[in-house]
Write a protein that binds this ligand. Structure first.
Ligand code: UDP
Ligand code: MG
Length: 314
């Protein structure tokens, strides 16, 4: 008899108590339909939830031997939770999925079909998203800006919902950068990649854990880890500003020499140029600072996450 292949689900959890049991039911209902052909493992990562999520996970673990729980010592963030899951998942394929029912569990079966066709990275691409207008707009802009700036092609409108073949998983484990953008990394590693379209649902319960601040950090991680374009823009912009300043110098001298009675007006001009230059320099320093800060964090080489306990039947 042929050995069944195994599929691991990597499931980050942060304060999902309202929807978690529902999610587990929907997921197992979906996977049950193909359980003659595959073995499943559900790796939940409790990313320092402050609500009852962990005790819900504990009870799932007690009743279902396929459930594994990695319990973080505190909140390390979505990307780190996924990293831990990828590090510990044992399946021949790994499916990364949100646990808020925004990624419909049935859609993951479509990823499995593509995997059987021989694809090694299959990302679920959103055809539609049912989020608030601001979330939609910022997400839309983020993927477009990333596309312009990034030096690797990162598919648009894909979250972290995707399937990775074991081969890819083993490669992913070798990336140990601190400021990580998993979506970018999975594109970067290559292999046979394809997309499956799906509709993203509204959150089943609770609020997004990506408030504007975290979105911004993720966007910046995405851009800085795959692009040095902002640094190049600084240089380019510096040249333009220098050129304009040069024209300004000529203008100031001409006025001073040929129209000395007009020089009083020069104060406005001086204030504007000083303020403008000051602003431009601050922005440029800020961008430099972002890169330097990231270099500093990478050099520290800290562990990416800290696990306080693991629940596993094996
Ligand atoms: N999440 C996490 N740690 C965090 C924030 C989020 O593990 O610090 C999980 C969360 O439980 C969910 C997934 O990551 O399963 C995506 O988060 P969320 O739904 O808040 O993001 P959105 O779908 O709004 O982009
Ligand atoms: Mg969500």
């Amino acid at each position: 008899m042929k050995q069944k292949k195994s599929i691991s689900y990597v499931l980050p959890v942060y304060n999902e108590q309202e929807g978690l049991a529902e999610f587990y039911n929907a997921l197992t209902k979906a996977t049950d339909t193909i359980s003659e052909n595959y073995n499943f493992e559900y790796v939940f990562i409790n990313d320092g939830s402050k609500d009852n999520s962990f005790s819900i996970l504990q009870s799932l673990f007690e009743k279902d031997s396929r459930v594994k729980v990695i319990n973080f010592s505190k909140n390390f963030g979505h990307q780190m939770a996924i990293t831990a899951g990828i590090d510990m998942a044992e399946g021949d394929a790994v499916i990364i999925m949100d646990t808020d029912l925004q990624d419909p569990p049935e859609a993951s079966l479509k990823l499995v079909e593509k995997w059987q066709e021989g694809f090694e990275v299959i990302y679920a691409q959103r055809e539609q998203r049912r989020d608030g207008a601001i979330k939609k707009l910022t997400a839309y802009m983020f993927y477009r800006i990333l596309d312009i700036l990034s030096e690797v092609k990162i598919p648009k409108d894909t979250g972290d919902f995707r399937l990775l073949d074991r081969k890819v998983v083993l490669e992913m484990r070798r990336f140990r950068e601190t400021n990580r953008f998993m979506r970018g990394l999975t594109s970067y590693v290559g292999f046979k990649q394809t997309a499956v379209l799906f509709n993203r649902d509204k959150r089943f319960a609770g609020e997004t854990h990506y408030p504007f601040r975290k979105m911004f950090k993720l966007a910046f991680d995405g851009i800085t880890s795959f692009s040095t374009v902002p640094l190049k823009l600084i240089t380019q912009f510096g040249f333009y500003v220098s050129f304009v300043s040069f024209l300004g110098i000529i203008y100031a001298l001409v006025v001073r020499i040929f129209y000395p009675e007009m020089t009083v007006q020069g104060t406005t001009f001086a204030i504007i140029s000083v303020l403008f230059m000051g602003g431009v320099q601050m922005v440029m320093l800020g961008i430099l600072g972002e890169y330097v800060g990231r270099i500093y964090q990478e050099v520290q080489n800290r562990p990416l996450y800290i696990v306080s306990s693991v629940l596993s039947k094996k």
